[in-house]
Design a protein around this ligand. Sequence first.
Ligand code: WT7
Length: 651
Amino acid sequence: MSESQKIDSLLREERRFPPSPEFQKNAIAGADLYEQAGADRLGFWATQSRELLHWHKPFTEVLDWSNPPFAKWFADGHLNVSYNCLDRHVLEGRGDRVALHFEGEPGDTRSLTYAELTAEVKKAANLLTSLGLGQGDRVIIYMPLIPEAIIAMLAVARLGAIHSVVFGGFSAESLRARIDDAQASMVITADGGHRKGSVFALKTAVDQALEDGATSVEKVLVVQRGGNDVDWVQGRDLWWHEEMAPMVADHEAKPFEAENPLFILYTSGTTGKPKGILHTSGGYLTQAAFTHKNVFDLHPETDVYWCTADIGWITGHSYVVYGPLANGATQVIYEGTPDTPHPGRWWEIIEKYKVTIFYTAPTAIRTFMKLGREIPQKFDLSSLRVLGTVGEPINPEAWIWYREVIGGNTTPIVDTWWQTETGAIMISALPGVTTTKPGSAQVPLPGVSIDVLTEDGQQVGPEGGGLLVITEPWPSMLRGIWGDDERFKETYWSMFGDRYFAGDGAHLDKDNDVWLLGRVDDVMNISGHRLSTMEIESALVAHPMTAEAAVVGASDDTTGQAVVAFVILKSRFVGTLSDEEVTAQLRDWVAQQIGAIAKPRTVFVVAELPKTRSGKIMRRLLRDIAEGREVGDTTTLTDTSVIRVISDGLK
Ligand code: WT7
């Protein structure tokens, strides 16, 4: 489908879901938020920050934008992020409230109250201090989704140090690149974790990453989880449980400046090298807490919240760790995959913990849709009262299915648009206020200013399509790319000056509601996770067999997009292996180089690639081929016969 066909079919979606009066009666957010923010945007954020957070030293300045694009929020205030997520809840009498209901994939469970979680984080902070960790030091966290992963993040934050969580599905190679870029002095990992009914190794990948490189690392702390065998480097490797045993649960959280870095999270860009997105403390926590409370209508005394994201992604940072814990929420965390040991596992967990707020990705919803409604219908999902989605556009059919089958035809759905870079939700309905439209992310949140522009910076206005920008600085915005100010300016700020270019195409409908149309750059979105075409191409050409490679994201019914690779083999390999063998080898290779999520769905072995006269690969044409379409405009192609050769060869 072409872009304009896609938007035409979306806009034919006429169903509307106004908030119910019952929901509105107890709703956290009202329309007044828009009025307050509209009247005084900075004053609005200052009020939110003061109400939602504890400041050891109150701020007097709100925004310093004197050196764009480097923003400072609440700069003269001091706070401790970990104290905000833990100690104050205990001190204010909420210590007995459950913070985490942990559900392991094998069926083991553990619940930690705010008092217990605080005690664990204090012990861990003492341990990290005893190992020499201090403000500004970098720690890599490479773990399954178990309570210790969250304890580690909060302990690092408590000391004013910087964590960089690397998703457990990434390879040793990817891990090493991140350790090196961050110059981390410590890695916190586990022996292994549980996934799809078996144990996957993590410590082994850390060993490999440290074997020939990553020399900055002095200590590796290992949590026992998988029970799998591990190699041990004396003096470097330490068991978490042995080191934690003698630690005392007494630790004072020192305040740090609002702009003290909190974490680096690597994400794919349009080059082969992932970028380390830098987030800081006061502004980030303000917007994470504000959005978590208002978008999900959080009533912390009664709600049980569950976000299915892994802590290796930004969603796990903002909506598993920092937002919910700052708000004193009770939440569920689940280690494993949705279909283990049976395809109803998620719904079983919702029934068991009486989950009230559920936040997941469209890919997961579409997968369940295919499996059929009989599976969720076996469970009691009546506790649910708010549903959210994130990561990619949700098609109206999946939205309606989500509401009907999971939400019992009553729950509001919030489709939340944001990015690793934005740190927190930017565009979303507010349940209790917004009349929702299936398929649209709808409106910027109070205090957030966006626009849709043509390439030369003109506003498209209602019923127009163009590029999504954010026109004013926001509290949880990225503060830069770790170690690369130039790339930061170039990537986000060179297109429209002082307006942030998000990299997404968007359409405004006649009511000015936003419909997201996907990335406009060479970034793919596979199951709600960002992957760079260039990064996979570099991995492919690093294989001895490959001469050239081009990668595109082709639309896929379940995963949104799927990785499709076109490769030219070096002449001495041509004809030595069948196409199936080449495909299998290259898929494994990419998994080894980057991680299983980057594996191409399809590899086409071709003799030539379509290029412009300046030598740029024409990905648009390859996408047409990958999606089985008539090939589009080829006028800028050097040699139009190439495309015929490719398409004919694939028939
Ligand atoms: C990209 C950011 C934000 C956490 C997960 C992904 C796409 C995200 C939506 C949505 C349409 C969406 C955009 C964005 N995206 N949410 N609700 N509707 N598209 O974080 O890896 O930083 O990716 O995900 O293309 O730019 P990320």
